[in-house]
Ligand binder design. Sequence first.
Ligand code: PEP
Ligand code: MG
Length: 578
Amino acid sequence: MIKLEGIGVSPGIVRGEIFLLRNVISSIASYSIEKSQLPAEIERFKRALIVTENEIKKIQGKVKGEFKKEARIFDVHLLILKDKRMIREVIQRLREKRENVESAFAFVARRFIAAFSQIDVDYLRERKFDIEDVSKRVLRNLLGVQCENLSQLKGKAVVIAHNLSPSETAGMSRDKVVAFATDMGGRTSHTAIMARALEIPAVVGLKDITSRVQNGDFIIIDGGRGSAIINPDEETLERYKKEQGDLLVVRKELSTLKDLPCQTKDGRRIKLRSNIELPGEIMHIPSHGAEGIGLYRTEFFYLNRQDLPGEEEQYISYKTALEKTKPYPVIIRTLDIGGDKFASSFQVPTELNPFLGWRAIRFCLARTDIFKTQLRAILRASPFGNLKIMYPMISGIEELRKANLILEEAKAELETEKKDFDSNLEVGVMIETPSAAMTADILAREADFFSIGTNDLIQYSIAVDRINEKIAYLYEPAHPAILRLIKKVVESAHKEKIWVEMCGEMAAEPSFALLLLGLEIDALSMSPFAIPEIKKIIRQVTFWEAKEFAKKTLSFETTKEVTDYGRHFYQEKGLLNE
Ligand code: PEP
Ligand code: MG
């Protein structure tokens, strides 16, 4: 039995067999071979190329009928596979270094991928993904590794991977992936957020779990505590079985709060709304008692596809969300592509600092064609319910004004076309950058509401990459700097008589519920399943108590003092579930 501790990002206890998703290119073992083994190694290489060619042709044949255009990509893959230079280099390295063919091939593949990454021309640079794809296939065939792709998952399993992209996670089916665990990642990475949305228990940042497990091993994932227990002994297994049962009882108990109002003992209301990552999630919202959608992330529309979503497609999706959520609001966030979310349909160049780069509103203000299509779809959907819109990553008032100009253009177009929209639509600003927080007083004069995106606000304020497990210990919502920024944002908003919600993951943390209530935030938006626990806490306290608690919390100098005081207070009041 091995117990590993990582970062619990999506709660729940699950047991199951492991499906190891290998990163074949970066984890190839290298060993020396005798001169006499050379012909056999070359023969193995040639055979792997033939098997791969047949494989690619077979897939091409399958997709050709329905997706003629997309099938052409496999012609490119076949060309890469037969590239004479690449083959020559592998054989040359085999002869010179006398190493196993997998290692020689992986070395050459990595070199080609790196070379393509440097190319200035977008179209050519994108080819590195194709080289990566083909190389993985060849390596799989050399190694005889059968399963490497999530779509090949046959039964239910716990997926273990070095890293998972948000789009890979978005493509997971709950029927097959019962939980996942990764070497890399942080609590607010979009992979983690997606896991919570899909309600798949997950632990990230385990550093080396992929090298500690094998396909078929048995594992327990405790997504609440952040533990992964490989091949547990009988006693541990029994303990977790009991805990799994207890957890179900707690969830059942919490579900009884669904229809009760979210208010303090002395009647202060705070709205609890839902974050939506995938359009399909809309169906699950009512069961958790959310008062609308506080953050409708629209990027996942654009992932896992080769084309762009058109106006009509988006319009239908937004309209459905509005109709299903009525009379509660749906706050649609305009496209926030970039950072750790990439769409295959955009030719976005690779950047050294993607989180500080061409992301969100910056991307939309440059690609006004894509932005306006989305705005038109949102506007057209607006008469069908209670719709609000917000812009991500606003860094100052100029960006808000520029975005609003495009919104006005979209409105004018629709007016000319005699298409209906809600002309009083509220337009909000996400406060995710320190510059926006520091100029909240200015922004509040021109925004209808604020939504504090703490996932980014924390990473930019403390200068800590939100997806890097090595520095995850620094990623602290309880840092006095963050608390001061939140206080300033709320005060600036209320001074201009606009409301503030928080839609970052901090809003879903029971340990911050009292503080946020005391800081007078008007609404909290979170993964639907987190709502009942937050509601339970708020219903057990008075607004006065929360305000006193916030005042005291803001007086501390260190994160530790903040968290110690909070824990002590919660324990004393019996606010914790455990
Ligand atoms: C945030 O940054 O807190 C937020 C809600 O946006 P995202 O997590 O999508 O970047
Ligand atoms: Mg953000």
